[in-house]
Design a protein around this ligand. Structure first.
Ligand code: HEC
Ligand code: HEC
Length: 224
């Protein structure tokens, strides 16, 4: 298990790195080049049966969903996926869509299958970027890569990586994620309906974003 103090130290370093984010960005690139290949080799051979019978209906057989409020899981970091499945199971992720859909889905996963299912989605190829709302992308790019100095909003890239690939184990991949899903999560964090983020880090970040900025940054993330 990751100690809370270790998480605090990691987050502190990243916040200190601030908008420049040079060190963490390089870290993200290094993680991106080493991690997916390793897990793909071990997990690609076998599709867990629960994925075929249940999860694929919403998250798509290739881990890329057709409904924009259902998240893509393909290429997401396995440690993040395991944390979310456990958070749904123990009800610490308790936003409205978690309660109405994912609590029951996660409860149906046998405890000894969680890692296998997470590794399977992690090994899938991430969704390719798509320009859903081109007119919002430039404003979203500025927020994602540079933050908003006047609001002391850190760059998203400082934690999620400049290409949105995430940094394991704590920081999820955002690249190519559906715009509607990203906006829903930012709203849940801001409203304190999703509270499973370590040290309330995303509640603080989303609390500084206006509704318009959420749409813009989500439109940029969709293109990554
Ligand atoms: C009926 C549709 C549906 C099915 C079936 C379903 N999910 Fe989900 N899943 C969702 C929705 C909607 C969310 C977003 C929940 C939220 O907003 O909190 C989600 C979120 C998730 C997340 C969190 C992703 C993230 O980026 O934070 C994981 C992990 C996940 N589902 C895994 C699974 C697994 C594993 C199964 C199969 C056992 C499954 N889901 C079945 C609809 C579904
Ligand atoms: C200081 C680090 C940090 C910064 C800066 C940051 N995030 Fe996050 N973000 C996180 C962490 C940690 C999580 C995972 C929370 C959890 O474990 O549930 C997360 C989760 C998310 C999620 C949910 C992903 C999913 O699949 O459900 C979204 C969306 C998100 N961040 C968007 C953003 C955006 C947009 C910005 C910039 C405006 C941003 N983040 C800035 C650390 C950060």
């Amino acid at each position: 298990m990751i100690k809370r103090s270790a998480i605090a130290a990691a987050l502190g370093l990243i916040v200190l790195a601030g908008n420049a984010g040079a060190a963490t960005t390089q870290g993200a690139k290094a993680a991106a080049t080493t991690t997916p290949g390793a897990s793909a080799a071990t997990a690609a051979a076998h599709v867990p049966s629960l994925v075929t019978t249940t999860c694929s209906a919403c998250h798509g057989p290739a881990g890329v969903s057709f409904v924009p409020t259902f998240p893509n899981l393909a290429g997401q970091g396995a440690p993040y996926l395991i944390k979310q499945i456990n958070d749904f199971r123990n009800h610490t992720r308790a936003d409205p869509q978690a309660k109405s859909i994912m609590w029951a889905m996660a409860a149906a996963i046998p405890a000894n299958k969680i890692t296998e299912i997470a590794d399977y989605f992690a090994s899938q190829k991430g969704a390719p970027g798509a320009p859903e709302n081109p007119q919002l992308v430039a404003a979203g790019r500025a927020i994602y890569l540079g933050g908003v100095t006047a609001k002391a909003l850190p760059a998203c890239a400082a934690c999620h990586g400049s290409s949105g690939l995430g940094v394991e184990p704590l920081f999820p991949r955002l690249a190519g994620q559906h715009q509607a899903y990203v906006v829903s999560q930012l709203q849940y964090f801001k409203a304190k309906q999703r509270t499973n983020d370590p040290l309330q880090i995303m509640q603080t970040v989303a609390g500084k974003l206006s509704a318009k900025e959420m749409q813009e940054v989500a439109a940029f993330i969709r293109t990554l």
